[in-house]
Ligand binder design. Structure first.
Ligand code: S3P
Length: 426
């Protein structure tokens, strides 16, 4: 049981956040496909990215880690080898789905499993396009869930054109990675732009990609050329908790250093600003193909807003934090087109309604695919369940800190994406 006390005054000062989870995963995977050593700095040593490290080691890459610096040397694009055991993706959808794309074209067998949460999450969305390209993949529950086995590819995969039914960077990335090994170019069409870290990093490794509207084409590659260094920007999804908390607590003035502000990730800044937040981007720069900036946030009064559609993939992981902001806003906030939240680490729409209402009764309502938040209602101390979901735990912690305190049944799950979150809060 972790008890969070209410904060009596605003947040002030400067804060560093850990490296970006999405970029950390990709830096390990792609570096493992080169032939020369890569030094990855500001790597997120969270449990999810460590699952990726363990999987890539099992596939033959040489990986050494000292804190948040990782040295990776691969055996080339065609140098992965058959793992001698089941690969465990833990809690990490990114590890699993991206590696399914990378391993579908290989001439060896791989079996994956994962934790209680990941074993429930939908995998047909990856199996379907990879099967269309010629891969043979079987899984539990009529090819929907882990455990999953990828059979050795009998021949090269086909280049396909695939229109994705949901905007998902994980599915898109899986198809693009498989496309590196295909017999012809592979095109994936997204319903709305999702995070493009895979495309950016593949290009930095010398792969040929073309984008036209929402269609991305990757050309088969002979080899990838690894850069000497990859510097991972801070994770805007981790910054989100401080952006929200500093905004809603009176008297705050905080600068969060070195935050990744890739266009496909900054939906939270757009929404908070439209609610009345004061957020400034300072020292904007590009590092390793990704934009980064320092974010200064001062307290502001918020008002309810309505949003949905194409912005959702640009803030999908920040909705629990935004729901906290909306509970402190004047008026009602309506968030549409968020059915994907039902298949994250937990059903986050149900979790928000069940747990957040304990702190602020009659505030949160959900439909199949939307979230409605009635701002400004009375807030109480409550005992809440995180459902072992890192983003629920951190959102509940800032909610309690800004309200009358909260007791969480489990705080260990923050290790997935932000191991020292509670030190930051303290
Ligand atoms: C991620 C993509 C998103 C996001 C997840 C990380 C990635 O998932 O929710 O935390 O690194 O590609 P989906 O692609 O399933 O939307």
């Amino acid at each position: 049981m972790k008890k969070i006390l209410p904060l009596k005054h605003g947040l002030r000062g400067t804060l560093e956040i850990p490296g970006d989870k999405s970029v950390s995963h990709r830096s390990i995977m792609l570096s493992s496909l080169g032939t020369t050593p890569v030094e990855v700095t500001n790597f997120l040593a969270g449990a999810d990215c460590l699952s990726t490290v363990a999987c890539m080691k099992a596939l033959g890459a040489t990986i050494e880690r000292a804190g948040d610096t990782v040295s990776v040397t691969g055996n080339g694009l065609r140098g992965l080898r058959e793992p001698d055991n089941v690969l465990d993706a833990g809690n990490s959808g990114t590890t699993l789905r991206l590696l399914m794309g990378l391993l579908a074209p290989q001439k060896f067998l791989t079996t994956f499993t994962g934790d209680d949460s990941l074993r429930q999450r939908p995998m047909a969305r990856v199996i379907k396009p990879l099967t269309e390209a010629g891969a043979t993949i079987v899984g539990r529950n009529a090819n929907r869930n882990l455990p999953i086995t990828i059979l050795p590819a009998a021949s090269k995969l086909r280049g396909i054109t695939y229109r994705m039914p949901v905007a998902s960077a994980q599915v898109k990335s899986a198809i693009l990675l498989a496309g590196l090994y295909a017999d012809a170019p592979t095109t994936v069409i997204e319903p709305a732009p999702s995070r493009d870290h895979t495309e950016k990093m593949l290009a930095a490794f010398g792969a040929r990609l073309e984008r036209s509207g929402n269609a991305i084409t990757i050309f088969p590659a002979e080899k990838l050329t690894a850069p000497e260094k990859i510097s991972v920007p801070g994770d805007i999804s981790s910054a989100a908790y401080w952006l929200v908390l500093a905004t809603i607590l009176d008297g705050s003035d905080v600068t969060i250093r070195n935050v990744g502000v890739n266009e496909t990730r900054t939906g939270i800044l757009d929404v908070l600003k439209s609610m009345g937040a004061t957020i400034e981007l300072l020292n904007e720069r590009t590092s390793g193909g990704e934009r980064a900036a320092d974010l200064r946030v001062v307290s502001s009064n918020l008002r309810g807003v309505e949003f949905g559609g194409a912005i959702i993939p640009r803030l999908i992981d920040e909705i629990p934090a935004l729901a906290v902001a909306a509970a402190f806003a004047e008026g009602t906030t309506i968030i549409r087109d968020v059915a994907e939240l039902r298949v994250k680490e937990t059903d986050r729409l149900a979790a928000i309604v069940d747990e957040f209402n304990k702190i602020s009764p009659a505030t949160f309502e959900a439909t199949d695919d939307s979230l409605i938040i009635h701002g400004g209602r009375e807030k109480f101390f409550a005992e809440c369940k995180t459902r072992a979901d890192h983003r629920m735990a951190m959102s509940l912690a800032i909610f309690g800190a800004a309200a009358q305190g909260v007791a969480l049944d489990d705080d260990a799950c923050v290790k997935i994406s932000y191991p020292n979150f509670f030190d930051g809060l303290a």
